[in-house]
Ligand binder design. Sequence first.
Ligand code: PLP
Length: 385
Amino acid sequence: MPEICRFDPSGCGFPAPRVPLLPAPGWAELSADGADRVPSGLLSGPGVRRFARGRYALRAAFAAAGLGPGGLLLAPSYHCRTILDPALALGAQVALYPLHEDLRPDLSAIEALVAGVGAAARVLLVPHYFGIEQPRATMEALGALCTRHGLVLVEDCAHAWMVAQRRVQAGVPSGRMLVASPYKYFACPDGGLLWGDPGLLPPQGGAPGLMAELRAARALTTRPAAVPPAALPAPQAGPRGAEHRGREDGPSRYYDAALERRDALLQTRWLIERAQPEEIARRRRQRYRQWLNASAGWRRARPLAPALPEDCAPYMFPLLIAHPDPDFFRLKAAGLPIWRWDDMAVSECAVARRYRSRLLHLPCHQGLSEAQMDWMLALAREVLA
Ligand SMILES: Cc1ncc(COP(=O)(O)O)c(C=O)c1O
């Protein structure tokens, strides 16, 4: 079982983020014009299964690949717990492979790892972090490695809806599966998707039911207005929280086995079917560029991915900070919306160890107002410039 390093912020007294980290579910972004739509066949059909979250889609992918007790998932060293949880829920073990600075998998290290663990390895999981597609040559090399060793390659598109959309339209190659997490991209309340060989996928799980639909629908109608955050507080660092380290022998508290076979909400499908994926991509790129322009020349931080590929639909803006203490604490105490993967299995990977405390995931979604964006940029500049 993996050894986990977990940052516990409960003693820090951080306020709730003053700007939403994800697009708030609602119909504000829908269009009557049908030109820019999610292609039919992505949400239902023989090679698709829907889930409540991407983590349950991952579980189904791993199970379909034959991962179970005695089996081994090869997962990236830089990860969130919900990537590992599905493997642990299946009773499998996890081996972590190292990454380069730009979060490309280290191919030769993976070769050596596979040679070392032998037949136990069943699945290689590769995320397209922050919506940025892994290079074609990397994916081809990994595909070839998986074929040679009889592994299933699972492309984790939880951050990369548009990568999944392109890949699924082109046809998922045999020996591969793709997983997505639509609520990170669209303004919908839940969802996880799995695409792969129809012969391997489990039956479609059951609907969440009327009460769940009503609860989520109420949240849709009470969507908060995009109120600009309060005036910039002077960012002060408060208490530093606590670090815990220990072995954990099962899935984390972010995993609910009762949801493993549950379909997404009907309203999620309804909203995705009417959303405009290309327009969302355009707005996300615009916000990402605003982050890039603002952070150019900051002394205490730099963008992890300063070149935004033209066809990329970014999920978040990854920013590497030089001084997590005190800068992370100052930003959090002032209410900046930040995700940071500081709850992670311990590995030898120097990049993952460094990024655990230094890599901030900052929102660049289509739901951000100008005022929210200006406020975030001003606050980040105040602390990091
Ligand atoms: C890279 C990656 N993969 C998978 C997941 C799981 O997605 P979900 O939140 O839909 O379960 C996450 C969640 O944040 C993620 O960041």
